[in-house]
Structure formats: C-alpha cells, structure tokens
Design a protein around this ligand. Structure first.
Ligand code: NAI
Ligand code: 15L
Length: 277
C-alpha cells in the first residue's frame, strides 16, 4: 500500500490502526475517512457497532475500563486513534472508569505491545476556564472546566509520560466542536469540520518526530481563540470555516453577556455539576 497522497513523504503505511469510540459521532465519520490510512482498521466501542464491511475491517467490542480487554484490543496494532470515553460532563465515577482508567489502560497496552503512535482526542475543556477574550497557545497552563476536562488533562499527562518514559509518540488534539455545523455563537469560534478533523488526524498519524504534541482542533474560523504555532510542524492547514454558517447562527436569539456561553471558552461546561449533592 502506498502512503496517503497528502501525507509526509517519509510515511510508512500503517498495517493495523485501532479506532476506539467507533460507534460515536466522530467515530462513525472516521471509520469511513480513515480507511485509506491502514491496511486493516480495527474499530472498537462499548456500544453496538455495525459489522465489518470487508476484510479491511475488524470489529472488537471492548469496555475501556477493563484492563485485560484493552490489552487484547491493542495487541497487533501499530497506531491508535483514541476517541472512546465519556464525551460530556458527567459524574466523576463515570468519567473515572471510561476516561481516566480507560486512557491508562490504553497506554499500558500500547507499551506492552509496541505501539509507536497515538492520536488522543483531547478537548477544549482542558482549557475551558479561559475567557473568550483571551488567545492562548498550547503552552498556556491548563484550566479544566469540570471532571470531563480534568480527565482529558490527565490523558495529556499520560501521553507526555509515556513519551518521556517509553518513547510512545502522541498528538493530543484539543478538539473544539466537531459536528456537521456549528450549533451556536460559541461554536463559530470552536467549530472543526469533519474534513479538517480527518486532515488533522492524518497529520497526527504520519508526521515524523511529534514527541508529544498538543494541537487545537478548529477550522479556519474568523474569531479563533487558539494559536497553533506550537504545532506548526504538523503542517495542518484547515480548509473549512464557520463563516459559511454566520447568517444562520446570527439569526439565533442573542446570548446574555452573563451567560457562560458568552464568557468562557468552555461555554456551558464551566457551570455544570456538581452531581448528586
Ligand atoms: P461520542 O460520545 O459520540 O462518542 C464516544 C464513544 O465512546 C461512544 O460511542 C461511547 O459508546 C464510547 N465509550 C464511552 N465509554 C466507553 C467505554 N467505557 N469503553 C469503550 N467505549 C466507550 O463522542 P464524539 O463526539 O464522537 O467524540 C469522540 C471523542 O472526541 C471523545 O473522546 C470526545 O471527548 C472527544 N471530543 C469530541 C468533541 C466534539 O466536538 N465531537 C470535542 C472535544 C473532544
Ligand atoms: C467536547 O469536548 C464534547 O465532547 C462535545 O460534545 C462538545 O460539547 C464540545 O466539547 C464543545 O465544547 O462544543
């Protein structure tokens, strides 16, 4: 198999790529769009998945909280795109199982089975308590906006540790809002198209020498809060922009200036919880 057309020239084609969270919103999209990047795409989730569509796919159900199951899941893969886990703010105990134990299990499996590269779906909620009036880069101190953001912050630390200790390279993508289109004014800044997401993951898989790189995942939106100069070596150049949705979004009722959605980069996540008091 030849290297993907738009990737770096020194690319070694992947033999088997693991995609976790394959039943989710982004997983369904990437199951299709990542197909050219590996001979075999192994897709996994705790939720039901459609069967394999051909010899190029393997479907393996797995709970990320189950260490032995994750170890078996990772065996034989040479790279991982890790999307699996709780993707919104939830009680800590749920986040602990899927995201915190889950990311540890994944990297332990990667260490044990010689996986060289991980693409970690981090989140803007790692830095959600920055104001929308601020522009930050990947070196800015993290300001998680909830248990979910804390779990992604932990995941970035795990990625750094497994690079420093074991040489496993990771690109942690702090995804903004990746949906078919932005749903509100905040997402005019944070929106990441599926095409740009796929391109960023391709760069994250194939760029040599990434060590542990943190990159913000946003399209070429007009009012960006994030400076990606620290990840320039990835060569990611977004092709899409939320501007095409501006008229539709600006037809929505205005957001009160006191609403977290108008103040913080993490929007409403900054005001969720506590749970169960
Ligand atoms: P999603 O919630 O649709 O998909 C997550 C998938 O993980 C689900 O299919 C779920 O069944 C699976 N999962 C949950 N717990 C699991 C467990 N214990 N074991 C195995 N699988 C488990 O989320 P979405 O939107 O597809 O996001 C994918 C990833 O990207 C998530 O990690 C999310 O945190 C991250 N992300 C997504 C953003 C977006 O705008 N879509 C923004 C920032 C980060
Ligand atoms: C996320 O991290 C979530 O996974 C996604 O569902 C959106 O809420 C997104 O952030 C966002 O901030 O818009």
């Amino acid at each position: 198999m030849s290297a993907p057309a738009s990737s770096t020239s020194s690319v070694q084609p992947l033999n088997r790529l693991l995609l976790t969270g394959a039943a989710g919103g982004l997983g369904k999209v990437l199951r299709e769009s990542l197909r050219p990047y590996a001979r075999t795409l192994r897709v996994s989730d705790i939720a039901a998945l459609p069967p394999a569509t051909g010899a190029h796919e393997e479907v393996l159900p797995c709970d990320l909280a189950d260490k032995a199951a994750v170890d078996a899941l990772v065996a034989g893969c040479d790279a991982i795109v890790h999307l699996g886990g709780v993707s919104v703010e939830r009680p800590f105990e749920e986040i602990l199982e899927a995201n915190i134990k889950g990311v540890f299990h994944l990297y332990e499996g990667a260490r044990r089975h010689g996986v060289k590269r991980v693409v970690f779906a981090s989140s803007n909620h790692v830095i959600g308590f920055y104001k929308q009036s601020e522009t930050i880069d990947a070196h800015a101190a993290r300001r998680p906006d909830g248990y979910y953001g804390l779990s992604k912050s932990f995941g970035e630390d795990v990625a750094q540790f497994y690079f420093d200790r074991w040489g496993i390279e990771t690109v942690s993508i702090r995804i903004g809002s990746s949906f078919p289109e932005p749903a509100n004014r905040r997402m005019m800044s944070t929106w990441l198209s599926y095409r740009d997401l796929t391109s960023l993951i391709e760069k994250s898989l194939f760029t040599p020498g990434v060590k542990h790189t943190v990159v913000f995942g946003a399209s070429a939106n007009r009012d960006l809060w994030w400076d990606n100069s620290a990840a320039a070596h990835l060569g990611f150049v977004p092709q899409d922009t939320s501007e095409v949705f501006r008229a539709k979004i600006e037809a929505q009722p205005p957001v009160a200036p006191t609403d977290p959605n108008a103040i913080y980069q993490g929007g409403a996540f900054t005001a969720q919880g506590p749970f169960g008091d």
